[in-house]
Ligand binder design. Sequence first.
Ligand SMILES: [Zn+2]
Length: 340
Amino acid sequence: MPNIKKVLRRIKDCMPCINPSPMEENLFMIRNIAQKDIDWTFYPTLVEIYTWLDSIIEQNPKVVSSFHIGRSYEGRLIRGIKISFKRGKKAIFIESNIHAREWITSATATYIIKELLLSNKPDVRKMAESLDWYIVPVLNVDGFDYSHEKDRTWRKSRRPVNDKSVGIDLNRNFSYRWGWRKAGPSSVLYPGPHPESEPETRQLVDFINKGIPNGSIVMYVALHAAAQCILCPWTHTRTPPKNYKEMMSVAKAFTEALAVRYGTQYKCGSSATILQKFSGGSKDWAYAVKGIPLTFTIELPGRGTKSRFALPNKRILPIGREVLDGFVGMIGAVKKLGYI
Ligand SMILES: [Zn+2]
């Protein structure tokens, strides 16, 4: 039986706090009090993800610690967990659901967390224990909630920009070459009024700068959907980055290990060669500004029923399993390169 006080506190963390009336607060509580346990047969809400995180933290106190990077524009807590089996390890940072509608990313991130902690397969154990894992399952908490409650296809954050437009594409709001491609407030790709103008982006940057020992992160992974590929920098030019060969060897190890289970094929290359060019994304910031040597976007599959982002529930588990296989291959390659 869950501790009711804890449940209520957790629900409050997921509640928008811009002047809610007592009535709104009560309604939010009532709507969220009945939660389902995450089992990868459905797409969980923010409250369900945070309640699950609490149970994971409680069950693994020696290995797992909770962190938060701050609050979103609407006041929701942006939470993450650190998994660390041994002291003094290099780190990997996984950021997920920066785009609200890409629900498969947080579903996959939670699956990875579970397997890192509970799997008894030797190759998964070896991978889990070779690194410190920082994982933020839902970065764009306001947009994520909005996509559950109002608009399944919502992508941006939820800060009003002017009378007509709401939201910033947070993955265009990072500082590296910010605003290189112009897009106005009504565009789904609007990068915001200036670099790191948004609380979600700015606090993520602050957390990485101040909350994690400098130089310890060797790999940054941003989970997205639905282009089914793994991408390294750059996003704004097709000129390859300095250690392109290294990054491609890691990306290939991911795609090859991922394909074994169900034959799923992922493309690999730089963002600008596989997708359309843009700038202000987190991966290029992590590589160019933060100096993390291996940075990737992993685009999970799409082709769902209603839209590219609405993958049927039955796809969640197979995608989790094959992506975990991919990570085992990828971390093996990182080890071969001597980074860990
Ligand atoms: Zn995305």
